[in-house]
Ligand binder design. Structure first.
Ligand code: IMP
Ligand code: MG
Length: 201
């Protein structure tokens, strides 16, 4: 993967702030999580549900460190709203291909913010009667949480910051960075100003 310092083609200087979680640190956490999951589910089979698109990079690294029989499936959810984080209205745009009834499901997500996306998903998936269902997220940003979620596995906790890289995007870009970066606050401010002027038109 590409790092900011040796990239030539990613026009990042106005967008990316400092590195919050370097690639090597992420890899260490991913190994730890994989080992924990392997122990916790010993003797069981896992069905890993990856939430598109942000969690894909985390998923592909994580499953290499889970020593269990497992399958993967994908689900895509869109939240409607005009702010960067969505508004709370959630819709499934790609459902699972697998039947999850009676199976041990582990949801893999990139970042949990308000928790609205995941609580909607959990409600929806629990109705399909899995044997168990747990959450594994790369980042847990609890400051804006407005739902009650039990997160069994997380790699990092984060305060009020918007981040990109290692799967996380800003306007669909920067997912291919190896480390996780803070988004520059002036970029966020500019976005909010554009949004306000659009709304006032
Ligand atoms: P929630 O429903 O508020 O928990 O929103 C979680 C979703 O918003 C995640 O799945 C991400 O797609 C997106 N998201 C929230 N914060 C960030 C961020 O800092 N960077 C990139 N995507 C984010
Ligand atoms: Mg997401």
């Amino acid at each position: 993967m590409i790092e900011k310092n040796n990239q030539k083609n990613i026009n990042s200087s106005e967008i990316l702030g400092r590195i919050l979680f370097p690639g090597e640190e992420i890899q260490k956490k991913v190994i730890e999580l994989g080992n924990r999951i392997t122990l916790d589910y010993k003797g069981k089979e896992l069905l890993i549900v990856c939430i598109l698109r942000g969690a894909v990079i985390f998923l592909t690294d994580l499953i290499k460190h889970i020593d269990l029989p497992l399958s993967i499936d994908f689900m895509s959810i869109s939240s409607y709203g005009f702010n960067m984080h969505g508004s709370g209205l959630v819709k499934i745009t790609k459902d699972l291909d697998e039947n999850i009834e009676g199976r041990h499901v582990l949801i893999v997500e990139d970042i949990i913010d308000t928790g609205l996306t995941l609580s909607y998903m959990l409600r929806n998936l629990k109705a399909r009667e899995p044997a168990s269902i747990e959450i594994c997220t790369l980042i847990d940003r609890a400051v804006r949480r407005i739902t009650d979620l039990k997160i069994k596995y997380y790699a990092f906790k984060l305060e009020e910051k918007y981040v990109v890289g290692y799967g996380l995007d800003y306007k669909q870009k920067y997912r291919n960075l190896e480390s996780i970066y803070e988004l520059r606050t002036d970029t966020i401010k500019k976005d909010i100003e554009t949004l306000k002027s659009t709304l006032n038109k």
